[in-house]
Design a protein. Structure first.
Lengths: 196, 625
């Protein structure tokens, strides 16, 4: 089964995943009309800045066991038996924030949402784009990401690829750059600026 | 958010930053933090917003798209983006120059009350360069013809710009040979915008060559005209004592701050501040006088010609307002953060925008034109004085620092006894190893003023004369490098030469359009030695640059043969070819390259190595660095 896989070293910090995520979770599903919707759709993936201001796409890991699910006294958080995705039922959510306190990654937000009862603030997080996937589409963030920081692939395949990369990097005399020169140069300058 | 110590090396910035936190005022550093991470496609120059088949971006990892919708690859996209930066910078300086030419024409037509020809000598020497006959003509007639001839430089009738005649013969021949002789100031910017339209020039090398020509049309055209006409209208600068930092604001006086670039507005404000009526009104309101101070380059213009104090540079503009001591800030254009109106709203400060081409939120718009400037300035200064009684708590946490400014080329040559020979002799003898122009802005990516001050210190310690302009000049003045006593911080050779002449080891050459004074000085040195600019032990540096104008300045420095070290990285790393051309290939084209080094300690080493290399090639004494 395909999953969203995060490759942090490839994030260029463009935040296009955030825009695509918000649009995917809007009523209209279109950027220009989504901007006018109320409540305004919001992203469920959040790009943070690392020590050197490099980007990092922070999203729900759909942990198992999931601390948020265990902490949810209202029984609003559940796991989809088929996909393993951890989901929140906005009708049952009581906005108590227990899930956010339990979440080690800080990926649960509280706001009104197009799928929640009007005027009700609920817990919102990544749903693995289950509706898009049901239509045969890839999750919106992976479709938007052009640098390969967010991919949608078989976990086994991602693991094999990573293993091969690591194996090649430890070969004697190998000089495979972790990042291409375009970014390596930029990152070196940014680190130098910040170290002043 | 970094600590205040990590944000700025200056005491006034740190103390005022603390105050902005207490006052709940948001500054440029907080907004910079909120923008992190910044988009990697844009930072590498790999995003293209030129047409609406796009926007497009190239995946720097090589797996995603490698061409835009039109088919442009990384080289084309990076080159087009860089060239549009250069075009915007050239347009800005040159439009500033155009406004001055219009004032010159209005003065000649008797339609600019309050303005006059302050320096007839300069008018006549520039007239001679433009081939304008001066014998038997009155000053205003000459001014009219010079203004007219300059307008032609902006157009499409010329094969080459008039003031290129100031460049060494060898350099002009080189420009001709590689096809970058600028023909018209507006023409080159226009052609640059045309070439970067989808489906026009898709040779990244030919695009960058036009980028050089466009930058040259600024350096030897628009900016040079701006400086020359400013000298004609307001006087050729000569050394003046002044003071710098936020401490120049006075608790007991009405404080008026001018911000922006064009002396057309600030000169009239200065005149009004000296009016006996308004000074009497100030006393009536309980103030001891009217204190005019500058920030940014229009402040530098006034400092150069009148010794008006400077309250700060680019990143100080918000903090200056947070003193609560400014009755009025008047702005014209360029580098004026749109946040200023909001910040002024937290205090009693009145914000006035003055240019028909620049408006800002939270500012009152009072337009200056040549025909109403004198009257408008008097009105506004009166309103500033009246605002004094609304002043609340004031916080001016530091004492001002002394500095000397006003080193035009004329003044430098004058100090040398009328010829550049003594400077050349000192360079030949190795007492002065070479000279470096440090120019450009502040940028929240670099600790405020750290790049400027550290690089200047390292260079003068190693007997390299520093000339600076714009925001650099305020930084080094605040650090105490612009007084004759600063020779104590210089190496023995530079100390001896500057000491004998009674000048500081870091010379203030003016505003950012005044970078052309560096070109003129470099040309004079090259001509005296019979060599090209690229043969001289010179370098340029922009340790904290942020603006498109700075990109253009750096480019005309390099295209004129001056090796230039940038602090922050321009958005070009997405194309290894473009990076290679800028940092190596250009050596074979124009005899100079760019380098990028954010750490000023390392930049100083690069520059010293370059200067010693040039000395060696000239057969002068050189040392290993």
């Amino acid at each position: 089964m395909k999953q969203v896989v995060v490759h942090p070293e490839r994030c260029v910090g463009c935040m296009q995943c955030m825009v695509a995520c918000a649009v995917a979770h809007s009523r209209s599903g279109q950027l220009y009309t989504a901007l006018a919707e109320r409540p305004r759709p919001r992203p469920r993936v959040h790009v943070g800045a690392g020590l050197y201001n490099e980007g990092f796409p922070n999203r729900c890991r759909h942990c198992d066991p999931a601390p948020c699910l265990l902490a949810c006294l209202a029984g609003a958080i559940f796991r989809d038996a088929h996909t393993g995705t951890v989901l929140i039922d906005p009708d049952k959510c009581i906005n108590c924030a227990s899930c956010a306190m339990a979440c080690p990654y800080g990926v649960i937000r509280f706001h009104e949402d197009p799928v929640a009862p009007p005027g009700k603030t609920v817990a919102v997080k990544c749903d693995n784009c289950d509706q898009r996937v049901a239509q045969g589409l890839a999750p919106a963030c992976t479709e938007a990401c052009k640098s390969g920081a967010l991919t949608y692939e078989e976990m086994d395949e991602a693991m094999r690829r990573k293993t091969a990369e690591v194996a090649r990097s430890v070969s004697t005399g190998a000089e495979t750059a972790a990042v291409p020169p375009a970014l390596a140069l930029l990152m070196a300058v940014k680190k130098a600026e910040l170290s002043l | 958010m970094a600590t205040f110590e990590n944000i700025s090396i200056t005491e006034d910035a740190r103390l005022l930053l603390e105050k902005t936190r207490r006052d709940g005022v948001e500054t440029v550093w907080q907004r910079h933090d909120a923008q992190q991470p910044q988009c990697g496609y844009c930072e590498t120059g790999l995003s293209c917003r030129i047409c609406i088949m796009g926007p497009c971006r190239i995946d720097p990892f090589g797996e995603g798209p490698q061409r835009g919708v039109c088919g442009a690859d990384a080289d084309i996209i990076v080159a087009r983006n860089l060239c549009r930066m250069i075009a915007a910078g050239a347009a800005s300086h040159s439009d500033h120059g155009r406004d001055l030419v219009e004032v010159l024409a209005a003065v000649a037509a008797g339609k600019a009350p309050g303005y006059r020809i302050r320096d007839e000598q300069k008018l006549k020497s520039v007239a001679a360069e433009y081939g304008v006959e001066t014998d038997g003509k009155d000053t205003l007639a000459i001014a009219a013809e010079v203004a007219d001839a300059m307008m032609e430089d902006y157009g499409m009738r010329r094969k080459s710009l008039t003031l290129l005649s100031r460049a060494p013969e060898k350099r002009r021949q080189l420009w001709e040979k590689i096809g970058v002789t600028p023909r018209g100031i507006d023409r080159e910017t226009s052609e640059m915008m045309h070439r970067t339209h989808m489906g026009v020039d898709n040779g990244w090398q030919s695009l960058l060559l036009q980028g050089l020509r466009n930058a040259l049309s600024d350096g030897w055209g628009g900016s040079m005209i701006a400086t020359e006409v400013s000298d004609i209208l307001f006087g050729v600068p000569s050394p003046k004592a002044t003071t710098v930092n936020v401490g120049v604001l006075r608790e007991d006086q009405v404080n008026i701050v001018v911000h922006g670039h064009n002396p057309v507005v600030s000169e009239m404000i200065l005149k009004a501040c000296e009016s006996p009526d308004l000074l009497a009104l100030a006393r009536e309101k309980g103030a001891a006088g009217i204190n005019l101070a500058g920030v940014c380059c229009t402040g530098n213009e006034l400092l150069m010609r009148h010794g008006i104090p400077m309250a700060g540079n680019h990143l100080m503009t918000e903090l200056v307002l947070s003193t609560g001591a400014v009755e009025m800030m008047l702005v014209d254009y360029q580098c004026i953060m749109p946040s200023l109106g909001t910040i002024a709203g937290c205090y009693h400060t009145r914000m006035i925008s003055t240019s028909d081409k620049a408006r800002f939120p939270g500012m009152e718009h009072r337009e200056f034109h040549p025909d109403n400037a004198e009257k408008m300035a008097a009105e506004l200064v009166r309103e500033a004085v009246e605002n004094f009684t609304r002043r609340k708590q004031v916080y001016i946490p530091v004492q001002p620092v002394n500095a000397v400014g006003g080193f035009s080329v004329e003044a430098i040559v004058g100090a040398l006894g009328g010829t550049p020979e003594p400077l050349l002799d000192a360079i030949k003898a190795g007492k002065i190893r070479g000279a470096v122009g440090i120019v450009g802005c502040n940028n929240p990516k670099i600790k405020h003023d750290y790049g400027h001050v550290t690089l200047s210190r390292r260079l003068i310690e190693n007997d390299i004369l520093v000339v600076d302009t714009g925001c650099v000049s305020v930084a080094t003045a605040k650090a105490g490098l612009k007084v004759p006593e600063a020779i104590e911080m210089a190496g023995p050779g530079l100390k001896e030469v500057c000491g004998a002449l009674g000048i500081p080891p870091v010379l203030h050459l003016g505003s950012c359009v005044d970078n052309v004074r560096i070109l003129v000085l470099a040309s004079a040195l090259a001509d005296a030695l019979g060599v090209d600019i690229s043969d001289l032990p010179l370098a340029g540096a922009a340790p904290e640059w942020y603006s498109e104008k700075a990109a253009t300045i750096g480019t005309y420095f390099v295209a004129s043969g001056v090796y230039t070290v940038l602090g922050p990285m321009p958005p070009v790393t997405g194309s290894a070819n473009v990076v290679g051309l800028l940092t190596e290939g250009l050596n074979d084209v124009v005899g100079a390259t760019f380098a990028v080094e954010p750490d000023p300690e390392k930049a100083a080493m690069l520059i010293r190595r370059h200067i010693e290399g040039k000395r060696k090639a000239l057969g002068l004494s050189s040392v290993e660095v």
